[in-house]
Structures are given as structure tokens and as C-alpha cells.
Design a protein around this ligand. Structure first.
Ligand SMILES: [Zn+2]
Length: 300
């Protein structure tokens, strides 16, 4: 059973919103690409793991801490007397391992994912002991992009290649099933220990004045240039109220400290020419607080 679901990381959502409204530096572009790719691989892995027998406990996306060291587990499977932390990699193309060093298809040296896996296992082992559990930990590096190939001098038991995914799952499914209260207790403890980090310090610098204003297409993020709200690129049509509410949500995500006011949302939406329409949508869907210049809207 899925005990803890994965949701799209807020950092990725914010990067996507910013990408439509500002020019990224090369580093920001690379980071945006890397987190999109990572999430895509994790989602693919989650779908694959739906084939796991329902008797196992699965926790997705855990950010934990032991002794002030933070570590991430993409997916954790709790089985009988054994736990499997999985690190999912959406690598694509031909990678090479030489003298314990990993190179990407462009020949650029990468962080060794096996070292990361080892670090994570060590910290997780200590955390489990501290919580009073003495399960065997078996960590795996899951490569699930069918376009991935690794030139590695010798076999490594922790690496699962795309062509081995089915067999790996079969092996897991054949394990003994005797999960009882203790396992659910551990799952609850780990889910409670999950750290939620603010993504804001990691974002490229931006402000309200410099971001491009307007309503973007729901489907393809192109700016909608006229009030009919029909996307000229993909033909997507959205009701004005829905589009305004979506824009208010984007505004609140990007500027959590700014107040939702008619003026702010009017500036933000750009292509809506009527302030009245903005006021109507805000009044209908939000609660008005304060008076005159101090008035602003909050979620109901
Ligand atoms: Zn579109």
C-alpha cells in the first residue's frame, strides 16, 4: 500500500511559472531541466511500483535528518524485517564509469550516485537504530529511462538497469509478507519526520516589477494576448473566471508575502482589461478584509 504519496515539488511548480515570465541564466536553465527530469523519472517509478503487492508499505519522497545531516529517499519500501530505500535516476544516453568516476554522455564528471546511495544508507541506518528498529537495509539505484546505458567495468549489486526492472519487482513480490503494527508505526514515524524545505531560497532572484505580466495558457504556458483567452498556439480555451483564479494562485505562489488586491491582480493578469471583472471574481471567491486602501482578499 502507498502510505505516503508523492506530489509535484513546489520548487518545480515555481520554476515552471518563472520560466514563462523571465529569462533564466544558463545555470537556472540547467537546474530547471534537472529537477523536471528527476520528477519525470520519479513519477515513472511510482507507476511501475503500482505493480508491487499491496501488502508492502511504500513511502514516496522522504527528506530526513540524522545528526544535522539531511538525506533524501525517493521511495522507501518496508518489507518483512527489511527496508528498501530506492534512489531513482532518470539518466539518459551513454554514461561511463572509469576508476570509480561517473561521466555523462558529454564526458562531464558527475557526482557518483553510488556514493550518494551509501551516504543515504548510512544515515538512514543510524536513524532507524535511534528509533529502535534493527531491520536490514538494502538500497538500490533504479535507472528507469529506457534510453540509458552504463559502461561499467564490473557488475554492481545495487544498480538496477531498465531491462532488470521487471525481474527486480518479481523478486520483491516473492518476499515473505508478514507486516504488522510495528511496520505501520515506523511508517507513521518516518512520515512525521519528513522535512518540508522552503523552495524559495533556491529560486532565481525575481520581483513583481520585472516579471512578465499576463495570463498564460493553461496547456502550453504561452501568453494569451487578447481577452477572448483563446490560445493562439494550441487553441486551448478557458473561462475568464477560471483563468483569473489560476492567475491569482500563481501570484500567491510566487509572492506569498504580497496581498491579493484588485490592483495587484489587475496588473498581474495584464490581458484582462476590466477591473470590474477582476473585482467580481475576487469578491465571489475570496473574503474581503480591511477597508479602502488597506482592503485585500484572502482565501475562504
Ligand atoms: Zn496554449
Amino acid at each position: 500500500m502507498i502510505f505516503k504519496q508523492r506530489s509535484e515539488p513546489l520548487e518545480l511548480v515555481l520554476y515552471r511559472l518563472l520560466n514563462a515570465r523571465m529569462d533564466f541564466s544558463e545555470n537556472d536553465k540547467k537546474h530547471f531541466w534537472a529537477i523536471s527530469k528527476g520528477y519525470e523519472g520519479e513519477v515513472r517509478s511510482d507507476i511501475w511500483l503500482l505493480n508491487l503487492t499491496d501488502h508492502w508499505i511504500v513511502l514516496h519522497d522522504l527528506l530526513l535528518e540524522y545528526n544535522q545531516s539531511i538525506f533524501q529517499i525517493d521511495t522507501l519500501i518496508l518489507a518483512y524485517e527489511k527496508v528498501y530505500p530506492l534512489d531513482v535516476k532518470n539518466f539518459e544516453g551513454d554514461y561511463v564509469v572509469k576508476d570509480d568516476k561517473w561521466y555523462n554522455p558529454a564526458g562531464v564528471l558527475q557526482k557518483n550516485p553510488l556514493h550518494q546511495l551509501e551516504r543515504c544508507e548510512t544515515l538512514f541506518n543510524k536513524l532507524l537504530h535511534e528509533l529502535g528498529y534493527h531491520f536490514t537495509i538494502e538500497s538500490y539505484l533504479i535507472f528507469n529511462n529506457p534510453e540509458f546505458h552504463l559502461y561499467i567495468p564490473s557488475k554492481h549489486p545495487a544498480i538496477i538497469f531498465p531491462t532488470q526492472l521487471n525481474r527486480f519487482l518479481k523478486k520483491l513480490n516473492s518476499g515473505p509478507i508478514k507486516l504488522h503494527k510495528k511496520y505501520f508505526q515506523l511508517a507513521t514515524q518516518l512520515a512525521d519526520l519528513h522535512i518540508i524545505e522552503s523552495p524559495y531560497p533556491k529560486l532565481p532572484p525575481y520581483n513583481f516589477e520585472t516579471l512578465k505580466k499576463g495570463i498564460t495558457c493553461l496547456n502550453c504556458s504561452t501568453f494569451l494576448t487578447d481577452e477572448t483567452l483563446i490560445c493562439k498556439k494550441c487553441g486551448c480555451i478557458e473561462e475568464a473566471e477560471e483563468a483569473i483564479l489560476r492567475s491569482v494562485n500563481e501570484f500567491s505562489l510566487l509572492f506569498p508575502d504580497k496581498k491579493i488586491t484588485v490592483d495587484n491582480i489587475y496588473d498581474w493578469c495584464g490581458s484582462i482589461k476590466s477591473k470590474k471583472a477582476i473585482r467580481r471574481v475576487l469578491t465571489k471567491n475570496f473574503v474581503l478584509l480591511g477597508k479602502a486602501r488597506a482592503s485585500h482578499y484572502v482565501k475562504q
